[in-house]
Ligand binder design. Structure first.
Ligand SMILES: Nc1ncnc2c1ncn2[C@@H]1O[C@H](COP(=O)(O)OP(=O)(O)OP(=O)(O)O)[C@@H](O)[C@H]1O
Ligand SMILES: [Mg+2]
Length: 592
């Protein structure tokens, strides 16, 4: 058994009483199996051969009674082990989900959704199947095996030794077989994950597929992944199928040898016929646990592969982790400083940010501008510690953000991300996501400030309209404004808006700006801005180029001194036609 599987068994700890009761039921069922041949022997030797008729009747009743008790015990065993294993699976799923909630952005950047979903569903289930079925069966098989061995030796040591000769052969076949199957099952689960990844991507991206008329391509892609899974499933089956004839051959050989040796002993008068019958029954008791372990072996191999996949998630390092004894950020002024910040994303060789340095006073508006891919999102994502700097430091109120508790830091920061996700639920629930206890008035005030109140009232059920997965479809701009309201509702000291006004029309943007003016008051606001009108009002403009700060200043200062800014203002910011690039700047050089 692999170590991952042993670790998975720890999830059974909470259900140890139920599991112990299941094992007890197995013991009772096994005892019943062991007792019947003894009764049978008495019926044959003393009842039939010895003429004790009463014993035949009592023996028959005894056999029935034992069968009923055995059946009851088997039922209890099935029920109890299912109860314990489903409980353990419940805990496993929750443990993985908890972990997924704590894993950093960088983990989710790399992880495939399809693979993760497969782990939470299929892999958990395979481990559960083993724990609920395979494990109890294996325990019962081992107990039966021990019982059979003891009985066989006490009945007839010579025959027992002969019978025992099949055990090493069977175990060898099983061992080789499990070793081959482990990696095969692992590949099988990986292919199931890949299939789910294609499925997930296609459901999420259905509109893009239609838009580019790539349905046939996607169908072929899914079929290829499905074929890979099928092929793997069949090759597992083939391996399993190959092992069984071998096992049965070894077993049948054993039965043959014992029968011949027993016949010789009967002829010599050292064995009775009843003893041989009982002995042959126990021989099956010896072989059937071996077969059970054989069947169980594939469940062990499969569950081990799945357990390893589960622990890969549970053991994944959390990149952004809280320091032990981190300080809770109390009253926040909202002063932010970037101190020679370098950022290299995990697994990336290039530096995305190289020496970003600037300082922001409380209650100011900072605009971050730059070409696409210049690192604007990367800069603002460092403030709430979505990623950690590779070198340098980001400070809030003079504290290195890595010295603060993550929850206290993020509770003071409102974020409107570049692509906003809404959850399934009402509009109200979505706005109140960060503060579920907010009153209706507060929700509406935030919506009003985000210029969302009007259109929300026009929705079929107003604030109770369901949005998200199974709800009404909102436009990109509407979603964006709900996301802004969501960020404003937590009344953050630091507000980060990444491109949040880009999908809003000019008129709304103007109104939004008016309102945000009041809302930005008393906060430090970072805007990754697309519109000149927003940038112009900023107290500080950070001009990024390929991960470096090339210029810092206000709109008027930068227009006079920075050719990069003038160029961006003229060509990239919406509404930039009023800007004239100073004649001294040669756009080709891009240098001032
Ligand atoms: N999570 C990530 N992992 C690895 N590389 C990333 C990640 N996010 C961004 N990058 C890389 O870092 C660089 C800067 O990206 P960033 O998203 O910060 O640019 P941006 O200025 O916000 O661009 P845009 O205006 O298009 O939003 C890009 O080259 C991008 O490929
Ligand atoms: Mg960006």
């Amino acid at each position: 058994m692999s170590s991952a599987l042993l670790r998975a068994l720890r999830f059974m700890r909470a259900y140890r009483l139920t599991a112990a009761a299941a094992v007890f039921a197995v013991l009772a069922a096994s005892a019943a199996d062991l007792v019947s041949p003894q009764i049978l022997r008495a019926i044959i030797d003393r009842g039939i051969a010895g003429g004790e008729t009463a014993l035949i009747w009592r023996g028959a009743l005894g056999l029935i009674g034992v069968a009923v008790l055995g059946g009851l015990a088997s039922f209890l065993q099935g029920f109890l082990s299912a109860k314990a294993s489903h409980g353990a699976a419940f805990d496993m799923r929750n443990a993985i989900f908890d972990k997924l909630q704590r894993l950093s952005f960088s983990y989710h950047d790399r992880a495939s959704t399809g693979q993760l979903i497969t782990r939470v569903t299929s892999d958990v289930d395979l481990v559960r199947e083993f724990v609920g079925g395979g494990l109890v069966q294996a325990v019962s098989a081992v107990l039966l095996l021990i019982g059979a061995v003891v009985l066989l030796f006490s009945m007839n040591a010579v025959l027992a030794l002969v019978a025992f000769s099949v055990v090493p052969g069977t175990l060898l076949v099983l061992f080789l077989f499990v070793r081959r199957l482990g990696p095969m099952f692992r590949l099988s689960q990986k292919r199931l994950g890949a299939l789910n990844a294609v499925l997930q991507e296609n459901i999420a991206g259905a509109r893009v597929v239609r838009a580019f008329a790539r349905e046939d391509f996607e169908i072929a892609r899914y079929r290829a992944a499905d074929e890979a899974l099928l092929e793997q499933g069949l090759s597992v089956r083939r391996t399993v199928a190959n092992a069984f004839p071998l096992l049965f051959a070894v077993g049948t050989f054993g039965v043959g040898v014992v029968t011949v040796a027993g016949a010789v002993q009967i002829i010599n008068g050292t064995l009775t016929v009843g003893e041989l019958v009982a002995f042959t029954s126990y021989l099956f008791l010896l072989l059937s646990p071996l077969y059970i372990i054989g069947f169980g072996a594939q469940s062990i191999a499969r569950a081990s592969a799945s357990a390893e996949r589960l622990f890969e998630v549970l053991d994944a390092p959390v990149d952004v982790e809280e320091k032990p004894g981190a300080t809770a950020l109390g009253q926040t002024r909202g002063q932010v400083e970037f101190r020679d910040v370098h950022l290299r994303y995990p697994g990336d060789t290039r530096e995305t940010l190289a020496g970003v340095a600037f300082s922001v006073e409380p209650d100011t508006i900072v605009a971050v501008v730059g070409a696409t891919g210049s690192g604007k999102t990367s800069v603002v994502n460092l403030i709430p510690r979505f990623y950690d700097v590779s070198e340098g430091a980001v400070l809030v109120d003079g504290y290195d953000v890595r010295d603060l508790t993550i929850s206290s830091l993020r509770a003071r920061i409102g974020v409107v991300m570049q692509d906003s996700v809404l959850f399934s639920g009402s509009v109200r629930d979505n706005i109140a996501y960060g503060r579920p206890d907010a009153s209706d008035e507060e929700v509406q005030a935030a919506a009003g400030a985000a210029q969302a109140h009007e259109f929300i009232l026009a929705l079929p059920d107003g604030y109770d309209t369901r949005v998200g997965e199974r709800g009404i479809k909102l436009s990109g701009g509407q979603r964006q404004r709900i996301a802004i309201a969501r960020a404003l509702l937590i009344d953050p000291r630091i507000l980060i808006m990444d491109d949040s006004t880009s999908s809003v029309d000019a008129e709304t943007e103007a109104a939004l700006r008016e309102n945000l003016g009041t809302l930005m008051e008393g906060r430090t606001t970072f805007v990754v801005a697309q519109r000149l009108s927003t940038v112009r009002r900023a107290d500080l403009i950070v001009v990024l180029d390929e991960g470096r700060v090339v210029d810092l200043g206000t709109h008027d200062e930068l227009l006079a001194t920075s050719c990069v800014y003038a160029e961006i203002a003229a060509s990239q910011l919406a509404g930039g036609e009023e800007i004239e690039v100073p004649g001294a700047c040669s756009i080709e050089d891009g240098e001032s």
